[in-house]
Design a protein around this ligand. Structure first.
Ligand code: SAH
Length: 239
């Protein structure tokens, strides 16, 4: 195995073609920093129809993924000792940046994507963690899986041009990022703040942290309830 391995069990492997057109991720694949192994659930289906789903016991709407094909697909995957299995479900723990950081030290992530009305409850036993990408319901686990692959890959050494860009960004520093500008300094009467053109690094630093605090209060004041922020002095020693 080379690089970080993503193994995905899915009924719709074609959905992952998107990954080949996603900048940083495409480069990571080209440089063999990541490997994406798609396991087509249909190939593990049962009978001549390759059946993967069935009606729920006890009645109710829709179809549910059967356990056997998913277990078979799972057992066919070569597992590294430093691996975790994630099950995509809107009932899971909501994905946070710190989860991506935590998983980036592994060398394999196995992702199980649900479809239809969901999956047989016994499939949960395969998972180390059940993950939701937000409090809404999609039709399948493919987009959640792509989100995880995308977010995790950009944290791997060698994928982003400048690893400093990871340090200050939103959700890493507990405060949202400050506003960013690039040339031109005046665009359709909208002016870049003078301080950013001043060349005064200390003032720029102060302005940025003020903006970070202001932005976080305006948009995500729930962050201030996080216990980590009570260590403000340690996190922002210059302030
Ligand atoms: N009836 C199920 C939802 C089924 S949605 C329930 O109430 O729990 C079909 C599949 O899409 C799920 O099995 C899951 O794999 C995926 N999915 C949908 N929304 C998701 C979300 N917010 N996060 C992660 N996976 C999701």
């Amino acid at each position: 195995m080379s690089g970080f391995n993503f193994d995905v069990i899915t009924l719709f492997p074609k959905a992952f073609e998107l990954i080949n057109n996603l900048g940083v991720i495409t480069k990571a694949l080209d440089k063999n920093l990541i490997d994406l192994n798609l396991h087509d659930l249909r190939e593990y289906g049962e009978g001549s129809y390759r059946q993967v789903d069935d009606k729920p016991y006890g009645g109710g709407a829709g179809m549910v993924l059967k356990p056997e094909p998913i277990y078979k697909a799972y057992e066919s995957i070569r597992k590294s000792p430093n691996s975790k299995t994630l099950l995509m479900t809107p009932q899971g723990k909501v994905l946070k940046q710190k989860d991506l950081a935590r998983w980036s030290t592994l060398d394999q992530i196995i992702i199980i994507c649900g479809q239809y009305e969901g999956f047989d409850e016994r499939i949960r036993y395969l998972a180390d963690e059940e993950i939701s990408i937000g409090d809404y319901v999609l039709s399948g686990g493919e987009i959640p899986a792509i989100s995880i692959i995308n977010g995790l890959t950009r944290l791997l050494p060698g994928t982003l041009g400048d690893s400093n860009s990871l340090v200050e960004e939103s959700h890493n520093s507990l405060l949202l990022e400050y506003p960013q500008y690039t040339r031109p300094s005046i665009f359709r009467d909208m002016k870049v703040p003078d301080v950013l053109l001043s060349g005064n690094h200390q003032e720029i630093k102060n302005w940025r942290i003020c903006k970070q605090i202001q932005r976080t209060i305006n948009r995500r004041n729930d962050f201030f309830l996080k216990k980590e922020l009570s260590n403000f002095d340690e996190i922002y020693p210059d302030w």
